[in-house]
Ligand binder design. Structure first.
Ligand code: PAF
Length: 277
């Protein structure tokens, strides 16, 4: 596996594969890889001749006071995991934004609800770095986890609106045995918080059952909040029920996306559940 620390060598590797007629699958990450990332890599492995993973902790998607400086960066471990998973190239640019950087990509409406309400500029940072990464790697397919549901939808729209020649593949959330969605940020949880954190997934499941039974959005939110109340030191940032395609208010007869962001202690966890009528 090649580790490429700058744009030009990454481009050159892809150019060579293209000359050989190979297809390229791409998994963009911020590192601290877990089984969720590995499931994306495995899918990319199956569907493409060559797989590129990027590891770049993108500063432009973190707000002031967020966890940019303490974000985990176990690079050697990440590289070993990628090598074992059969990745051909690991793109980990030392720097990716020139000092006088000034070009941004904003996916207007989809970036506003849910996480966008509380993380202004976050999806602008994500969309911008993902388009930059796509321009360097020029993959045939790119893989995103549906745990970051809004991110997946934002990237899908970016690709559609700007005619980016990439197929965006959304992949199911990977959970631990207790149901907690895997996330690099789970590493911040204390043992006690970790035990309580699966209640987040449970709260979304309960809300889903209420929606399916026809009791409506307000009752679903109450059901979810009742479960979240059982997490000792939790603070709900948002708990919303939206249309899974537009992320706006849902139609009364569904489908619905139940999505939440909850601070468990100092750690912000997000999760979502698609509910069919
Ligand atoms: O999901 C992530 O890890 C990041 O938001 C991404 C897509 C790699 C962009 O920095």
């Amino acid at each position: 596996m090649k580790i490429l620390r700058a744009v030009e060598p990454m481009r050159e590797a892809v150019r060579m594969w293209r000359r050989q007629g190979k297809t390229v699958g791409f998994v963009p990450t911020m590192g601290a890889l877990h089984e969720g990332h590995l499931s994306l890599i495995h899918r990319a492995r199956v569907e493409n001749d060559r797989v590129v993973v990027s590891v770049f902790v993108n500063p432009t998607q973190f707000g002031p006071g967020e966890d940019l400086t303490r974000y985990p960066r176990p690079f050697r471990r990440d590289a070993a995991l990628c090598r074992r998973a059969g990745v051909e190239a690991l793109f980990a640019p030392r720097s990716f934004y020139p000092l006088d950087y000034q070009t941004w990509v904003t996916v207007e409406t989809l970036s506003q609800p849910l996480c966008g309400r509380f993380r202004p500029g976050h999806f602008r940072g994500v969309a911008t770095v993902v388009l930059k990464l796509f321009n360097v790697v020029q993959p045939d397919r790119a893989y995103f986890g549906q745990k970051d549901y809004q991110q997946w939808r934002v990237i899908e729209r970016l690709v559609r609106d700007l005619d980016v020649p990439v197929t965006v593949v959304g992949c199911p959330t990977v959970r631990d045995k207790a149901g907690l969605a895997l996330s690099s940020r789970n590493a911040y949880l204390s043992a006690e918080e970790r035990t309580a954190a699966p209640l987040l997934a449970r709260s979304l499941r309960d809300a889903g059952q209420v929606l399916k039974s026809g009791q409506g959005v307000a009752a679903a939110r109450r059901a979810a909040r009742a479960v979240l109340g059982r997490i000792g030191n939790a603070r709900v940032q948002y708990l919303d029920v939206v249309d899974p395609f537009t992320l706006a208010d849902p139609r009364p007869d569904g489908p619905w996306l139940v999505a939440a962001a909850v601070y468990v202690g100092r750690t912000r966890l997000i999760d979502n559940r698609w509910v069919k009528p």
